[in-house]
Design a protein around this ligand. Structure first.
Ligand SMILES: Cc1ncc(COP(=O)(O)O)c(C=O)c1O
Length: 432
């Protein structure tokens, strides 16, 4: 791989800036690959080049072992039994909550709610906060860059409550036009601003801290979808200044089936519950039911117990490597891939320059349908995503039905980028 300028995203007082990477931050991807049993598999005799980590990540042995050990030695339901096994399970589950609290630098573990995934976390806010706080004359503001998970719930709740719905537009670089925010404040009472920190389709890193400041100046809450940020860059909810933050374990070396909603305690306290049933109550009488304390008020039913333990192990795994080192590694691969793909000619690359994006590259190859490109690559054991990436409003903005997307993670290596580029060359020849 030729030398590329190596930079990393660092956070200073809530601002992501680009800094030179020190030797200390470098990770050893080859060594890391030995932690991932999946990479021992062969497909058509070849190692799989998994370039679709944005959709879900592969899993390290350390996380798998932690879940297995929990199921074998400590499994029981939590917050229910008085026997030792249940207490052991509860300690592990609540330990996972504390681990997540530290991971996002939340002031209190009471603010960490376990959900099924980021999607459920955002729906929780949209329903439990939105139904009681939105109405005619109010505005919900999202962006053209949103994943449907942070778009459709807000569009739906706005419609149900009679509130208006607006999108912050993108510029030609695939970055948000923040100048568009002020006019919204003249069109109605802006009550919610919802955006992702990292776009799953373009990799754009959004200035959530600045948007949160604007939202608060206008009396709105700020909801941050960190599904693509949590696996790759250090998170600090206090520096970001948001009111809610959502992410999923499965994209960050953890298991599927568990996600996280962080919310400011005073807002969560004032909200009605989302799901109703066991565990989330204080007292149930025929006449009335009252709600439990945070975070239990939002955790009805049996929790994703072992999954939370797996998430905690994934956090340990990522922390041991260092999120700064992971971001720097992905940045290097992204810069290399962008350079190689742009040299091919006839490849349209979407999104900002490498220093302002995470390890995600969306592209089209002439007018070849992305599914055809992805299938040619698959014949060579290279897995990329082709489609609208759950971002149909963005695709409409770009004027395409779909793109190809390659995404990198800590186990990705330059040879996989080379295989991607070779596959794109082959697709060009095949469909010429
Ligand atoms: C930016 C973004 N937000 C939300 C989601 C939804 O994640 P999940 O399906 O785990 O709820 C995704 C998944 O791809 C995403 O990329």
């Amino acid at each position: 791989m030729p030398a590329v300028t190596t930079t990393a995203h660092a956070r200073t007082a809530g601002t992501i800036e680009v800094v030179a990477v020190t030797a200390k931050a470098k990770l050893d991807a080859q060594k890391i690959r030995a932690d991932f049993p999946f990479l021992e598999e062969r497909f058509n005799g070849k190692q799989f080049a998994y370039l679709d980590s944005a959709v879900t990540s592969q899993k390290p042995r350390q996380m798998l072992d932690a879940m297995r050990a929990f199921y074998e030695h400590s499994y029981g339901n939590v917050h229910r039994g008085v026997y030792q096994l249940s207490e052991r399970a509860t300690a592990a589950f609540e330990g996972a909550r504390e681990k997540v609290r530290g991971f996002v630098n939340a002031p209190s573990h009471r603010e960490i709610v376990f959900t099924r995934q980021a999607t459920e976390a955002i729906n929780l806010v949209a329903y439990a906060w939105g139904l009681n706080n939105l109405g005619p004359g109010d505005l919900v503001v999202v962006t053209e860059l949103e994943h449907h998970s942070n778009f459709v719930p807000w569009q739906y709740i706005a419609k149900r409550t009679g509130a208006g719905f607006r999108m912050v537009p993108l510029n030609d670089n695939g970055e948000l036009e923040l100048d568009a925010l002020d006019p919204f404040a003249h069109e109605g009472n802006v009550k919610v601003v919802a955006t992702n920190l990292v776009s799953n389709a373009l990799g754009t890193i959004n200035p959530v801290d600045r948007i949160a400041q604007w939202a608060h100046e206008h009396g709105a809450i700020m909801v941050c979808d960190a599904a693509q940020a949590a696996p790759h860059i250090p998170l600090d909810v206090q520096a970001l200044g948001c009111d809610f933050l959502a992410f999923s374990a499965h994209k960050m070396c953890g298991p599927s089936g568990v996600g996280v909603l962080w919310g400011k305690a005073e807002i969560l306290e004032a909200m009605e519950p989302f799901n109703l049933g066991g565990h989330m109550i204080r007292k149930v009488r025929f006449e009335e039911t009252t709600w439990g304390e945070l975070p239990h008020k939002f955790e009805a039913g049996t929790s994703p117990i072992a999954e939370a333990v797996g998430l905690a192990a994934a956090i340990d795994y990522l922390n041991a490597i260092g999120l700064d080192a992971i971001a720097a590694h992905e940045h290097e691969l992204t810069a290399y891939a962008l350079e190689q793909l742009s040299e091919l000619g006839g490849v349209t690359l979407y999104g900002p320059p490498p220093e302002r994006r995470a390890g995600i590259i969306s592209f089209n190859v002439g007018d070849i349908h992305p599914h055809d490109v992805a299938q040619v690559l698959d014949m060579d054991g290279v897995a990329i995503r082709a489609g609208h990436h759950c971002c149909q409003p963005l695709m409409a903005k770009l004027g395409v039905a779909a793109t190809n997307r390659a995404s990198f993670y800590l186990y990705s290596i330059p040879e996989e980028v080379d295989r991607l580029v070779e596959g794109v060359k082959r697709a060009k020849q095949l469909f010429a």
